[in-house]
Ligand binder design. Structure first.
Ligand code: LUZ
Ligand code: MOS
Length: 752
């Protein structure tokens, strides 16, 4: 089945927040934000802005009827700055006007006087100054101190991975409308409708039932709208609250880039110990997470870094620690992988460093340490249905990796201006929100009088195809064509108290709930059919819009069955609740079984470097990926390819830059490069791994959103190997992204 949305996407008919038909008289809002990264607000003069014709009102913290607080995990983030500012781009006020143009013009007329305070932009500086979000977290397994004593090789080093801009095509935005009795409806581009609802209620001092959030779809989220879609919706609602008029607030690209957080940069240090036969006996790492100016999701992201610190390897002795460092950057936030990629980059760096020092390939070390059935992760979960070796060996044989390596060697011997490099990248990613209580979802299914069906869930469609998957489930259970089914918008009035669409788990959680609701309805329908046809229930099945008796088509059609069910006064609506079984985690011990299952895979990346210019092209990325039993091969392949390219972008091209004053320099697409058609690998080949899937995955089809992003880490190491092939004196660097400038410097450095 193809993606449901492709038809309206291609015709430009898909609806986003900016496409909503606004009411007559709607106001437009623009955010006034801090022009300094840290300081005390001495004075703000709004008078010229307020005097501008068409400006309706300027709202500040003083206009907040409830709490000036939007922090989720930790209450440390105001909606609007009060007396001080903590990052460049921090919202201070909302200008509401007849048009966006006027609001923008008014913004330029505001005078602000800020007494500047020292600015921290890096995690290391924050650590040195003792500036943290919360207490550090630490996981351990075995005893690293003892184990290092038995190691034949020990290496230490430092790594850096930069942030990443989400660059969803649809910028942040919301549209708020007043309903009667002070109720407010918000159309929001959010991954977390309940977070928007709860935070709006908190800020406005209203009960949650007065606030309705509706989401049709997002033009991309990637984690950037898990938490950070909220403030814009709250601001629009605040203006609606005061003006009793609908208000639209959609950020333009510059405002969005400046005001929102990104993937967390990490500065990390590691110590790795190996035996003569290349077994990793001990691994220690300290991760300094650049959290930005408020907690946002940083503590949860930090936790996932620890969960994925040893990637797909079994290491018997592990000590890891993460510090969430408070800096004067916009609060960094969820981004596909959620701290996992940052953790994996460090152990891959440690392995590359060890390999180059010992004089073996990284591949030899990776291969010697792949996870096996019943190995223990540092957080206590026992690895089951492990596919690490299976995916690795399949990739080697299916893609003839030894042939590929020989080709590269021959190429490098015969070419002096171009060099090729290759890298293997195995992945292992845990599926579930690491915060166990978040792993639940609900589905509300109506069968209407005429036999058509409406399905509401907590799932937010953001391009990942989750609506198509929900459609498949309902269509399969009822055995009716998709034209008879509608996947409704995600709405807090129909499905309440939801977790965000995140953690790769949306299809699993909402799909299981949909399956439960549809199955309950099916049972009811079968009962009615059996009574009507006077046969026992287990002889009845539904197929192709008809009731079948012992696999033979009867006269009774789907539509007739629905009318009969109605006449018998049997409910044609079902609400189901699903909560992932088996998972648990004890934060006091830092042990448990937090993940329903893991996703595995292996990528082989090859690159050609132009050794005159430092530029490079990826020749191919060949992947064996563990989809379980994919329920939607086209959609899942799209997720693998998209995530891979996003991962390669993070590792190679995308360079976020702030100056020492905390001002974002890469503040436009002229200075921030994401992969385009010319920079994607020439060949991307993905072969599904033959596996049994997992019972906790929807229809055994494993979660696919985030794991493949980490294949992109292979791009970094393929480049390292290509540079080394040109310059034997090159000292490998573990400082991502590996831009062409850095490659060029590496090609000509003389440091050994
Ligand atoms: N969001 C979240 C996530 O709140 N918890 C998680 O564990 C998670 N993992 C990945 C992506 N988003
Ligand atoms: Mo996410 S990083 O919102 O799954």
């Amino acid at each position: 089945m193809k993606n449901l949305d492709s038809y309206t996407h291609v015709r430009g008919e898909s609806l986003y927040v900016d496409d909503v038909n606004i009411r007559q008289g709607t106001f437009h809002a623009v955010v006034f934000d801090s022009p300094k990264a840290h300081g005390k607000i001495k004075h703000i003069d709004y008078s010229k802005a307020e005097a501008l014709e068409g400006v309706e009102r300027i709202l500040t913290y003083k206009d907040i009827p409830g709490e000036n607080e939007i922090g989720g995990i930790i209450a440390d983030e105001p909606l609007f700055a009060e007396y001080d500012v903590h990052f460049w781009g921090m919202p201070i006020a909302l200008i509401v006007a007849e048009s966006e143009f006027i609001a923008r013009k008014a913004r330029g007329l505001i005078d602000i006087d800020i007494e500047e305070l020292p600015v921290i932009t890096t995690a290391k500086e924050a650590k040195a100054k003792g500036s943290f979000i919360n207490a550090p977290r630490s996981f351990s397994l075995g005893n690293t101190e003892k184990a290092f004593a038995d190691c034949d090789y020990i290496f230490e080093g430092e790594t850096f991975s930069n942030g990443q801009e989400h660059l969803y095509i649809e910028a942040q935005g919301a549209y708020a409308e007043p309903l009667e009795n002070g109720n407010i409806k918000i159309t929001s581009s959010t991954q977390g409708p309940t977070a928007v609802q709860a935070t709006t209620a908190r800020v406005l001092g209203l009960a949650m039932h007065k606030i309705e959030i509706d989401v049709t779809r997002l033009g991309g989220g990637f984690g950037g709208k898990e938490d950070q879609a909220t403030p814009w919706a709250v601001m629009a609602a605040l203006a609606t609250y005061h003006l009793n008029q609908s208000v639209k607030l959609v950020l333009n690209r510059h405002d969005d880039l400046r005001m929102t957080g990104k993937r967390h940069p990490y500065e990390s240090s590691y110590k790795i110990g190996l035996s003569k036969d290349l077994k990793i006996l001990a691994y220690e790492a300290e991760f300094l997470q650049n959290s930005g100016a408020a907690a946002d999701l940083s503590p949860a992201i930090a936790e996932r870094t620890l969960f994925h610190a040893t990637n797909s390897y079994f290491v018997p002795n592990v000590t890891t620690k993460v510090l969430s460092c408070k800096t004067n950057l916009p609060p960094n936030t969820a981004f596909r992988g959620f701290g996992g990629p940052q953790g994996m980059f460090v152990i891959e760096s440690a392995i590359a460093k060890a390999a180059s020092e010992i004089g073996v390939s990284s591949k030899a070390i990776q291969e010697a340490n792949l996870l096996d059935e019943n190995d223990t992760f540092s957080y206590g979960q026992i690895a089951k249905l492990v596919e690490a070796k299976n995916s690795w060996n399949s990739a080697k044989s299916l893609f003839n990796s030894e042939g590929l390596e020989r080709e590269i060697e021959t190429f490098n011997q015969n070419n002096s201006n171009f060099k090729k490099g290759i890298a293997f990248m195995p992945i292992c990613f845990g599926i579930s929100f690491t915060n166990t209580p978040m792993n639940h979802a609900r589905a509300l299914v109506h069968i209407y009088l005429d036999g058509s069906v409406g399905v509401s869930t907590a799932a937010v469609e953001m391009g990942q195809g989750v609506n198509t998957k929900m459609m498949q489930i309902a269509a399969q259970v009822f055995s009716i064509p998709i034209e008879k089914i509608k996947i409704e918008t995600t709405n807090t009035t129909r499905v309440a108290n939801t977790s965000p669409s995140a953690a790769s788990s949306t299809a699993d959680l909402n799909g299981k709930a949909t399956l439960m609701a549809c199955n309950s309805l099916l049972e009811r329908l079968k009962k009615v059919a059996s009574e009507d046809l006077n046969v026992s229930e287990n002889e009845i099945s539904l197929q192709d819009e008809f009731v079948y008796i012992n696999a033979k088509k009867s006269e009774l059609s789907w539509t007739e069955l629905i009318s009969k069910t109605m006449l018998k006064r049997v409910a044609l609506t079902e609400n189901a609740h699903y909560a992932t079984p088996e998972i648990h985690f004890d934060k006091t011990k830092e042990k448990g079984h937090p993940f329903a299952y893991h996703v595995y895979g292996t990528a082989i990346t090859t690159v050609t470097v132009d050794c005159t210019r430092g530029t490079y092209e990826f020749d191919s990325v060949k992947i064996v990926h563990d989809y379980g039993k994919s329920m939607s091969e086209g959609i899942d392949l799209g997720q693998v390819e998209g995530a891979l390219i996003q991962g390669i972008g993070w590792m190679t091209l995308e360079e976020i830059a702030y100056n020492d004053d905390g001002k974002l320099l890469s503040n436009a697409l002229s200075t921030y490069k994401v992969p385009d058609l010319f920079s994607v690998p020439k060949v991307v080949e993905t072969i599904p791994l033959e596996t049994k899937g997992h019972d906790l995955a929807i229809l055994k089809s494993k979660a696919v959103g985030e794991p493949p992003l980490m294949y992109g880490i292979g791009a970094y190491f393929a480049l390292q190997n290509a540079i080394k092939a040109f310059n034997p004196n090159y000292n490998m660097k573990f400082h991502a992204p590996m831009t062409a400038e850095k490659v060029l410097m590496g090609l000509y450095e003389d440091s050994k």
